[in-house]
Design a protein around this ligand. Sequence first.
Ligand code: TRP
Ligand code: SF4
Length: 405
Amino acid sequence: MNSLTNQQQRVLSGMRPTGSLHLGHYHGVLKNWIKLQHEYECYFFVADWHALTTHYEEAQIIQDSVWDMVIDWLAVGVNPGSATLFIQSKIPEHAELHVLLSMMTPLSWLERVPSYKDQQLKLKERDLGTYGFLGYPLLQSADILMYKAGLVPVGEDQVAHVELTREVARRFNHIYGREADFEEKAESAVKKMGKKNGKLYNELRKSYQEKGDAEALSKGKALLDTQQNITLGDKERLFGYLEGSGRIILPEPDSMLTPASKMFGLDGQKMSKSYGNTIALREDLDEVEKKLRTMPTDPARVRKTDPGEPEKCPVWNLHQVYSSDDTKSWVNEGCRSAGIGCIDCKGPIIDAVRAELEPIQERAQEFEADHDLVRNIINEGCDRARDVARSTITEVRQVMGLEYS
Ligand code: TRP
Ligand code: SF4
C-alpha cells in the first residue's frame, strides 16, 4: 500500500545509455514521459551505472551515449522545467543506499529475479556472472526508494524489479521502522497535528483498522499530506500508525506499466537495436527515406500487378502508427486489388516519419550547438535530485544507527 496521495506521487524512471535512441524509444517510452511530466512530479535519469553492469567492457559506448541521450530527451520534448533530469553516477548516494540495502536483502531474492537468468542466457557473448549484474535490480531499488517514488513507469520486463523494490522496502521498514516507543511517539505526533486534525486522524484510523474502510485510509493519507507542522519522522510514524505497521521510512512504489510499444521495425518485428531494424531519432532524413523505400513488403507482391495482403507486410504495421483511417482503407483496397504499388503505399509513411523527425532533429541541433545549455540543465537537475537523495540517505543512516556525531 502506498503512503502518498495521487497528486503528491513522485514518478521516477531511468534509461540506460547504451546507444542512440530510435523511434521505438520515442513511441514506447518518451511520449509517455512527456505526458507524465504534466501530471506528476517527475524524475528521469540516465542510468549509467546500470549500463555498466552489462557494458563494463565497452565503457566508451556509455560515455558516448550519455549526452546524446539527454539531447534526444530534450529534443522530443522532455521538459526540464517540469521534470528533474539527472545522471545516476552524479548522485553517489545511490551507491550508498545500494550497499546499505544489500545488507538486508536475501541473496535468493536477487537470484530468483527472472531477468537475472534470462539476460545471462540471451547475452551469451557477455560475461554476466558478476556481482554487479546480480545486484542490478537492487541498484534499481535504491534508485526508486531514494526518491520515495510512488509510481515507476516501466515496460513489462521491469515489473519484477519494482516488485523486488516493494519487498525490500517492506523488509527495511519492518527492521528499521520498529521503535521501542513507537506507539507513544505516534500518539504524541497525533497531538502535534492540533485538536481538530488529531481527532479526524483518530477517527479515520479507527474506521480503517476496525472496519477495513479503504476510503478512510486514503482520507487519512491525504490529511497527513497536508500537515505542515509535523516533522518528516512523525509523518512516517503516522502513515505507519494509520495502516497498522511501524514507521514507513521507505514507501513501497507501484509500477506503472507502459503500454507495449506499437512501434514496429523495418522488418515487421518490434523495433530494437538488436534486430538492426531501427530508425534513429537523429538519422539523416534522406537515409531514413532510403530505408523506408527499400524495406520489405508482402513477399507475394513480386510485380505491381500481384495483389497482396497488408497483414503480411511490415509497411502495414507502420500505417497503424502513422496513418488515418482513410489512408488505411486506401492501402487495404489498393494492396488487395493491386491498384497501388508498394512505393505509392510507402509515400504517406515517408511523409509522416519525416514530419515527425524534422522538428525533433531541428531541436536536437540547437542543443548540440549549445552544450553549455545541456550541461546546465543536467547540473540543475542533479542539484535538485541530490537534495532529495541527501535527505533520504540521512534518514536511512539515522535509522540504521550510522550517525556517530
Ligand atoms: N533497468 C531499467 C531499464 O533497463 C532502467 C532503470 C534503472 C530504471 N533504474 C531505474 C527504471 C529505476 C525505472 C526506475 O529499463
Ligand atoms: Fe505492403 Fe503496401 Fe505493398 Fe501492400 S501495397 S504489400 S501494404 S507496401
